[in-house]
Ligand binder design. Structure first.
Ligand SMILES: Cc1ncc(C[n+]2csc(CCOP(=O)(O)OP(=O)(O)O)c2C)c(N)n1
Ligand SMILES: [Mg+2]
Length: 755
């Protein structure tokens, strides 16, 4: 059964206008709609026109669907009063919008001459490559000139970044970084009533209130577009008001009336946020017409009388009646407007459906992972702080010239590198749980807050979703966030913020919006029996499979310092999202083979030394001919180097050790070059056998391309990591690496002895 109430809803408006009587005393265009209102008759008619335009786009989307030419039918029908917010906010008030925001977008577009919102929206609906925001990659609301970053289909996941942007507006000024938004900008974020229950929404709202409690500015207008349902599940009557109506540090304003009454409520809400720099929860009553999407058969969960009751509350009919009764327009004028709008929008829809679509893989992926190696290298090396500045910042002695004491641990090297980056990049922020005053759980950020101030190095509340929301919001306006997620296991609490949000922004905006960041994540295992699974989590599969996300995993201090410069430069130049995975167990390690050998200390490489993706480390037998290539990363590098020594001493085998350094994208060219020469390869993957994918990917590539004949791997057991000495039963150990290398080489010796 097809479900089409479109004609029924349209008829209702037509029927009303056909039978309506004009008001006895018409209003002048510039007259207030009611005494004291700032909404004029002309502006009200303009609003109605925007709402009508939005409605007709929804109708057109469903029309085109009938002939297979439209790919999106979630509509704004019934939510058009959000145009009132679009009309009153400015185009430099960043807007993170619910998917039913047609009215808002039409009204905001009216503020910018030359805007073509009808065509733009329809190009999105037909997935045309000429859609100015997503180029057909998705149907999103978005516009660079109108400051509307595109949002994904994941409900509520945009609230944290909206909150983060509101947080960052004043932060930019405080740290002296110029941005292209005015000081009094308001960030608006709209969402549905069911979405208001989502953990992600609640996290962001909580963090917004927390900021107020701390006395920090949070100019955030939260708009809950309450249609009383989430697909088929009704929201309990009064739930939104009872939940959000009396929250500390959050002003609640209801908007539930005639056009001009809602106008006044919106006006109060915006004025409050703009004036006080504090958040408002604006509760906008709406209805949802025509089901959740075109494919939603509403009668399976709502009776016809219930559907008719909702249709009777169509805001278009109500607003038309208000305009007519107050004399802002005559029924004839509105009838003409309806007819013209319908004709105009259908003509634009037909035109949009003729426009081209993305064809090739290259076209689809073009904005996903931009990388300009030379420009990134330039960024990594400039600007460099002067030696005087560095010397002053480092307390009189720059770290690389401190004589023998210049040898540093991994933690010490990262600390110095972060200091150097903070010194030369004023827009850089370092934040997370415990990174400020305490200097990090493992002292990696020790002293940075004291040196660079609480505005740039700060503690956040304990919520990974909000930490990544702050990072995204800050990055949207040109700051360069380096957030920390305390432990790899807890990335999963907020992985959607990376996977669904940060990593997709350039893709869905065709590179017009970006959220560059370097997310520092202490992680991986081998903490000598400490912490159990959650502090020794050894799986990176969930990060490696995110298209465009760069995953770095340094093992040694000197590499880490050079890699973090590369990571930050990639973020700054190409807007990339980088996860910088720091092996906790190596943070304070000094030795390699024996206690006191200090083989894991390195000398700090001064800026501008840098490492970029593809640049691997080579150790062990690097000059002469090697018998086996051990490929590894992080803790596995240290294990492999220990194994290499034993292979030489106990088996007379020469091992070359390749440190991948970059786990996504993998340094395939360098791997092939080394593996091809040696022919015998063992991948030492400290992650769970099926949870990392590093060994799988490398072996598949070498085998498929017939680059190495003798291939082996050692991997951790597919288990959670236990507490205490039992860790050795699941993690990769040196013995295993040695055995795997001997076995792999044995195959060659065996083959040689047969020939
Ligand atoms: C995180 C997440 N879970 C589930 C969905 C599927 N889904 C899309 S819209 C929706 C209902 C949202 O209802 P509401 O927030 O009230 O917005 P409305 O559609 O009513 O405007 C659901 C469950 C989703 N997009 N994202
Ligand atoms: Mg809803």
């Amino acid at each position: 059964m097809t479900w089409d109430r479109v004609a029924i809803v349209e008829n209702r408006l037509d029927t009303y206008l056909a039978g309506a009587e004009p008001a006895t005393s018409p209003l002048a265009p510039n007259a207030a709609l009611h005494p004291g209102s700032t909404l004029t008759a002309a502006a009200a008619v303009g609003l109605f026109e925007d709402q009508l335009g939005s409605r007709q786009i929804d109708v057109a989307g469903r029309e085109l669907k009938k002939t297979g030419r439209s790919f999106y039918t979630i509509s704004s029908a019934g939510h058009e009063d959000n145009a009132i917010i679009g009309a009153q906010l400015r185009t430099d008030d960043p807007a993170f919008l619910h998917y039913r925001s047609g009215g808002f977008v039409m009204a905001r577009s009216r503020q910018r001459a030359g805007s073509t919102p009808t065509l733009d929206t329809l190009l999105g609906i037909v997935a045309s490559s000429e859609d100015p925001i997503a180029q057909g990659r998705h149907k999103v609301w978005g516009s660079r000139p109108l400051w509307i970053p595109p949002q994904t289909s994941t409900i509520a996941s945009h609230l944290p970044k909206a909150m983060g942007l509101a947080f960052s507006l004043s932060r930019a000024k405080r740290i002296g970084v110029g941005i292209d938004l005015p000081e009094d900008a308001v960030v608006v974020c709209s969402f549905g009533d069911a979405s208001a229950n989502h953990a992600t929404a609640l996290a962001a709202i909580n963090t917004a209130r927390y900021a107020v409690r701390l006395g920090l500015p949070m100019p955030l207008l939260l708009v809950c577009e309450d249609n009383g349902t989430g697909i088929s599940v009704p929201t309990p009557e009064g739930w939104i008001e009872s939940t959000f109506g009396a929250m500390p540090h959050l002003r609640y304003i209801a908007a539930n009336g005639e056009l001009d009454e809602t106008w006044a409520a919106v006006e109060t809400a915006i004025a409050h946020v703009r004036g006080t720099r504090q958040p408002v929860f604006l509760h906008l009553r709406t209805v949802r017409l025509w089901g959740h999407a075109g494919s939603d058969a509403e009668p399976t969960y709502r009776s016809i009388p219930q559907i008719e009751e909702v249709e009777a509350r169509d805001p278009l009919v109500r607003n038309a009646r208000r305009l007519v009764e107050l004399g802002a327009a005559t029924p004839d004028e509105l009838r003409d407007l309806v007819r013209e709008t319908r004709d105009r929008v259908m003509a634009v829809a037909e035109e949009a459906a003729r426009r081209p679509q993305l064809q090739t893989t290259d076209e689809v992926v073009a904005p996903m992972a931009p990388y300009h190696a030379e420009r990134v290298r330039e960024r990594a090396t400039a600007p460099v702080a002067t030696s005087d500045e560095r010397s002053a910042s480092f307390g009189g002695t720059v770290p690389e010239t401190a004589g023998t004491s210049s040898a540093r641990t991994l933690a010490g090297a990262i600390n110095a590198a972060l200091a150097d980056e903070l010194l030369r990049r004023p827009e850089l922020l370092v934040f997370g749980e415990d990174v400020g005053r305490k200097g990090g759980v493992y002292n990696v950020t020790n002293g940075l807050q004291r040196r660079f101030g609480v505005a740039r190095v700060f503690d956040t509340l304990l919520d990974e979703t909000s930490i990544l929301g702050i990072a995204q919001g800050a990055a949207h306006i040109g700051l360069l966030p380096v957030p920390e997620i305390q432990y790899l296991a807890y990335v999963h609490n907020a992985i959607d913020q990376l996977r669904g949000e940060a990593a997709t922004l350039q893709y869905f905006s065709s590179g017009q919006f970006r959220n560059p960041m370097v997310v520092r994540v202490p992680g991986l295992a081998y903490q000598k029996g400490f912490g159990g699974h959650f502090h020794n989590d050894n799986s990176v599969g969930a990060l490696r499979d995110i298209p465009g996300l760069v995953l770095a995993a340094p093992a040694r201090g000197d590499d880490a310092a050079r890699m973090i410069r590369g990571a930050i430069a990639m973020a700054a130049e190409d807007g990339r999202v980088v996860v910088f995975l720091e092996p906790i167990a190596l943070y304070h390690e000094k030795d390699l083979h024996a206690d006191g050998d200090e083989g894991w200390l390195t000398t700090y490489p001064a800026p501008p030394e840098v490492l970029l993706p593809g640049e691997v480390g080579l150790h062990g037998e690097t000059d002469g001919e090697a018998d086996v290539l051990l490929i590894s990363y992080a803790n596995g590098l240290r294990l492999s180097l220990q194994a290499a020594r034993r292979l030489a001493e106990e088996h007379d085998l020469r091992a070359r050790v390749l440190d991948l350094r970059w786990l996504n994208p993998l340094p395939t060219e360098a791997i092939r070059a080394q593996a091809g020469g040696i022919g015998t390869v063992v991948v030492v993957d400290e992650c769970r056998a099926t949870g990392g994918g590093v060994a799988d990917a490398i072996i598949a590539d070498l085998a498929e391309n017939k680059i190495a004949k003798r291939l082996g791997s050692v991997r951790a057991v597919d288990s959670f990591v236990p507490l205490g000495p039992a860790t050795a039963a699941v993690l990769v150990g040196v013995d295993q690496v040695v055995a795997a290398a001997v076995a792999a080489v044995g195959k060659r010796r065996h083959a040689a002895s047969r020939s």
